[in-house]
Write a protein that binds this ligand. Structure first.
Ligand code: ATP
Length: 323
């Protein structure tokens, strides 16, 4: 009887539950015992690990978040922490681990696999900044949530002749802001990968009014140097010269909590099943992701070697289309 554990780590992402369901039931279908770890690597170290049956993962596919809980755990970044985790797994006779999460989580998975333990990663983060996959579980729903807000703000902006700033998540990565801005028809986009000064943003917004638009919207990633606070300060200081107000909406954690859309449920389902298939084939130390439309695996060593770069051509396209 094979025993396999799974955990979700880092920021929660819509579709993680679909992955949990798929991993647990695919494993059970092979006659394996499946163990859920609570709160990511923290639960691995503390031994918060419980057997999961097929019914335990029922009724979750349509829910955002993660039924296992997630956490950020500094202790796991140390070898001592990882040894404590291995001890907990060994004590229960668990022989493999599936890690559902983003960059940091897969770095942890790689570190554990370098210590000789079989690990398979499943790509899931709303940042979509993970190498080895074109798309991650959660990002599509997060973009949809941001878009709904942008669409609503456009309506109210058009009624009051006010410029709106929408701050979306992305501490180091502007993917969410760029895609939400592009698909939402923003007049200006500010991301950490390519800084824009507030004066340029003001020009973009003024340009929107000048070209006859009834609204002016800028989408800003939270991690951009010229973030929402800096923009507001600039617009307040230059209010008379600019001639219009800037109202700020921070979407914050609302972006994470959405019910997963069809695509994220399917990604969770397909990636989860593939993770179990790889383990059954004796393959580990890899990340399951989507490469050119196919579910594919990439060695974790490659995945964690560099963050996936953002396609800045999209920023240029957004600028052209905002005219
Ligand atoms: P998100 O993209 O949503 O932020 P993430 O997986 O990148 O997700 P992080 O907070 O970066 O989230 O990492 C999650 C956890 O992974 C950390 O709390 C830590 O336990 C583990 N981790 C991160 N970096 C390392 C590392 N270098 N070595 C071992 N473990 C790590």
């Amino acid at each position: 009887m094979r025993r396999v554990a799974l955990l979700t780590s880092g920021g929660d992402a819509p579709g993680m539950n679909a992955a949990i369901r798929s991993i647990v039931r695919s494993g059970i279908a092979r006659g394996w015992e499946m163990y859920g770890v609570r709160n990511g690597y923290a639960g691995l170290i503390s031994g918060s690990i419980a057997l999961l049956g097929a019914r335990d993962v029922g009724g979750i596919i349509q829910r955002g978040g993660t039924m296992l809980g997630s956490a950020r755990c500094r202790e796991f970044e140390t070898e001592e922490g990882r040894r404590a985790a291995l001890k907990q797994l060994g004590r229960r006779g668990i022989g493999a681990l599936v890690v559902i999460g983003g960059n940091g989580s897969q770095t942890g998975a790689h570190a554990l696999s370098l210590m000789g333990f079989p690990v398979v990663g499943v790509a899931s983060t709303i940042d979509n900044d993970l190498s080895g996959t074109d798309v991650t579980i959660g990002v599509t729903t997060a973009i949809d949530v941001a878009l709904e807000s942008i669409d609503r703000l456009k309506v109210t902006a058009a009624s009051h002749q006010r410029a709106f700033l929408v701050e979306v998540m992305g501490r180091k990565c502007g993917y969410l802001a760029l895609m939400a801005g592009l698909a939402g028809g923003a007049d200006s986009i500010v991301i950490p990968e390519q800084e824009v000064d507030p004066e340029t943003v003001a020009e973009d917004l003024r340009g929107a009014y000048a070209s006859g638009k009834a609204h002016a919207i800028v989408v800003v990633a939270e991690g951009a140097g010229n973030n929402a606070e800096r923009m507001v300060e600039f617009f307040q200081q230059n209010h008379e010269r600019l001639g219009f107000d800037l109202r700020v909406t921070k979407l914050g954690h609302i972006q994470r909590g959405g019910a997963p859309g069809a695509y994220d449920r399917l990604l969770g389902t397909l990636f989860g099943a593939a993770a179990i298939e790889r383990l059954a084939e004796g393959v580990n130390g890899v990340l399951v992701g989507m490469v050119k439309g196919e579910v594919a695996t990439t060695p974790l060593a490659e995945v964690v070697a560099c963050r996936k770069p953002l396609d800045l051509k999209m920023l240029e396209l957004a600028r052209v289309l905002a005219k």
